[in-house]
Design a protein around this ligand. Structure first.
Ligand code: PAF
Length: 287
């Protein structure tokens, strides 16, 4: 596997592949890789000739400096895992390589970023939009892979690709879970053993809300069901537990049931010092 630290070098690598008629796949990450990331790489390897993964902890998408400082950084381990998964190139830029000058341009996403993660992490999606734009320019992929765990990020990037005419396919892969249901996340490695034992309750709360909706409960009742379950574990400090349109991320009318569009149940909660997010997506209700 090649390792590139300069944008010009990774661009030369993918340009040569493109000129040779090869399909270039891209998996952007912030490192501390787990099986969920490797699944994205495996999917990319299965459908592309050349796959590039990036590892860059983007300071511009952190609204909390303590979270940025604590974010796990294990580039050697990441490189080994990527090579084993069949990745062809790792793009591992420094902060000055990505941001040689202070960017003055900011990307806004309108309503889709004003709720949930965007409401609790001001500036987060502007930072994601900026770095993903720069990574897409550096790698120039035919297709890029993202995980459904970051459902709102997927909605934002889908809008970015459409509105700014990026000529690439966006591929969204299902969330990969531990055996007990906890969604895989780089942040899980910061949980204490006690917190790790409590963490699967997040997914159980989502499942309980899903079951309530499928049994005909209103949105308000299903949300209350999930929130009550989460409240059983004092360690959780929920930020939101909401039932929303899976594409616009806007809240559903509380007094209605499952709508004829895709619905997502989304949650964010602190468990000790670690902030966890998760979601489940339900298909449209059949009339
Ligand atoms: O999902 C992530 O890991 C990051 O938000 C991304 C897309 C790599 C941008 O920094």
């Amino acid at each position: 596997m090649h390792t590139f630290t300069q944008r010009a070098d990774v661009r030369a690598f993918t340009s040569a592949a493109r000129q040779a008629g090869q399909r270039v796949g891209f998996v952007p990450t912030m490192g501390a890789l787990h099986t969920g990331h490797l699944e994205l790489v495996r999917q990319a390897v299965a459908s592309c000739d050349v796959v590039v993964a990036s590892v860059f902890v983007n300071p511009r998408q952190f609204n909390n400096l303590a979270d940025l400082a604590a974010y796990p950084r294990v580039p050697d381990e990441d490189a080994r895992m990527l090579a084993d998964a069949g990745c062809h190139a790792l793009f591992l830029p420094s902060e000055t390589e990505m941001y040689p000058t202070t960017p003055r341009t900011s990307i806004g996403f309108g309503p889709v970023e004003e709720v949930l993660e965007g409401a609790h992490r001001p500036g987060h999606f502007a930072g994601v939009g900026l770095v993903v734009t720069k990574l897409f320019h550096a790698v120039a992929p035919h297709a890029a892979w993202f995980g459904q765990k970051d459902l709102q990020q997927v909605a934002v990037i889908r809008q970015l690709v459409r509105d700014l005419d990026f000529d690439l396919d966006l591929v969204v892969a299902p969330t990969v879970r531990e055996a007990d249901g906890l969604a895989m996340s780089s942040r899980n490695r910061r949980l204490t053993p006690q917190e790790r034992a409590a963490a699967p309750l997040l997914y159980q709360a989502l499942q309980a809300a899903r079951a309530a909706l499928l049994q005909g409960a209103t949105v308000a009742h299903a949300e209350a069901t999930g929130r009550q379950l989460l409240a059983q574990e004092a360690g959780f400090q929920p930020e939101y537990f909401s039932i929303v349109d899976a594409h616009t991320l806007q809240a559903l009318e509380p007094t209605t049931g499952l709508p004829p569009t895709e619905t997502a149940i989304v949650v964010a909660a602190h468990l000790g010092a670690v902030r966890l997010i998760d979601n489940v997506v339900l298909p449209p209700a059949v009339a």
